[in-house]
Design a protein around this ligand. Structure first.
Ligand code: ZN
Length: 91
């Protein structure tokens, strides 16, 4: 794993921990930083990272707290508090 990929993993863990502490601002700062590193290094963000972050506002998503999760037509639909929706195939 590259240094950049390791930093992204670390930032993902930090974002998750900050979100669990209820510090949404710090969580989204980590999310933004991880995105920047991925972009600069032309890395694909890990699937778990993509699913737990909002593309629109960089929030770290906590279902039942700042995001709603629904199953619809074989898809998982995640709605962030900012109104942005993401759809994934149900696995
Ligand atoms: Zn959002």
């Amino acid at each position: 794993m590259s240094v950049a990929a390791e930093r992204i993993d670390r930032l993902h863990a930090l974002a998750r921990a900050a979100a669990a502490d209820g510090d949404d601002e710090r969580a989204s700062a980590y999310v933004r930083l991880a995105r920047r590193i991925a972009e600069r290094n032309r890395l694909e963000l890990p699937r778990q990272f993509k699913r737990f972050t909002c593309d629109a506002c960089d929030a770290y998503l906590r279902p039942g707290k700042n995001a709603r999760v629904r199953l619809r037509d074989g898809h998982v639909v995640v709605t962030c508090d900012c109104g942005s929706q993401a759809r994934y195939p149900y696995e």
